[in-house]
Ligand binder design. Structure first.
Ligand code: DC
Length: 220
């Protein structure tokens, strides 16, 4: 039986990396919902949109086409923006736009449509609570701020992006606060989600743990 797996958690907790690996092992598809909020953020920055003006934001959403291919490449209106959505500026703007109800409604609808076909590992902030409340397996993946900042720093280095550890730490703290305190669908652990704290775990350990849980659920 194919199931849907929801992975939620704070920024840089390793959700996407673990989701990608799980998909490879299970033959499932990955949907990185954060990338969709990042696309909206990039369009907002490119078009110099005032996100507090609902009319402008509505027009921005009307003109947006987001596609993510099977390799995880992200396209905004046909242009490959996979790298451009990963800057610090866009990370913070993604968190800002994600506080807006119309943005959330627009993206949640898209995400639910995609997951109608089972066999998805979807990661984000509100997957287990709002997008896929009936997902068969829900994981809440977290780690200490220090561990997350260090991981993001090493990831950026690998991608050739310049970053500073302390700045990354401050940015993670600011985003954690905004993502958990916003009015609409704040980040929180769904009551039926399984908590995994990966501060002291390797990526492989986390993947093994989720694989073990998925095997249990797939048999039900
Ligand atoms: O997962 P990420 O760091 O790429 O996400 C970027 C921002 O998008 C994050 O700070 C909050 C927002 N987001 C959200 O509100 N809901 C989601 N399901 C995914 C991301």
């Amino acid at each position: 039986m194919r199931i849907n797996i929801a992975i939620d958690g704070p920024s840089a907790s390793g959700k996407s990396t673990v989701a990608r690996e799980l998909c490879e092992r299970l033959g499932y598809k990955h949907l990185d919902t954060g990338a969709m909020y990042r696309c909206v953020a990039l369009k907002v920055v490119n078009d110099d949109i005032d996100i507090n003006k609902e009319k402008e934001l509505k027009k921005c959403l009307r003109d947006i086409d987001i596609r993510i291919d099977d390799e995880g490449k992200v396209y905004l209106n046909g242009e490959d923006v996979s790298l451009r959505i990963r800057t610090d500026e866009i990370s913070m703007m993604a968190s800002n736009v994600s506080t807006k109800k119309i943005v959330r409604e627009f993206l949640v609808k898209l995400q639910q449509k995609i997951a109608e076909e089972k066999g998805y590992v979807m990661d984000g902030r509100d997957i287990g609570t709002v997008v896929l409340p009936n997902a068969e397996l829900k994981i809440y993946l977290t780690a200490s701020v220090e561990a997350r900042a260090k991981r993001r720093y090493l990831e950026n280095k690998e991608k050739g992006l310049n970053s500073d550890l302390q700045t990354l730490k401050n940015e993670i703290i600011a985003r954690d606060y905004q993502d958990t305190h916003r009015k609409y669908s704040p980040l929180r652990q769904a009551p039926d989600a399984i908590l995994i704290d990966s501060s002291e775990m390797s990526k492989a350990d986390v993947v093994e743990e989720v694989m073990r849980l998925a095997a249990e659920y797939c048999q039900e």
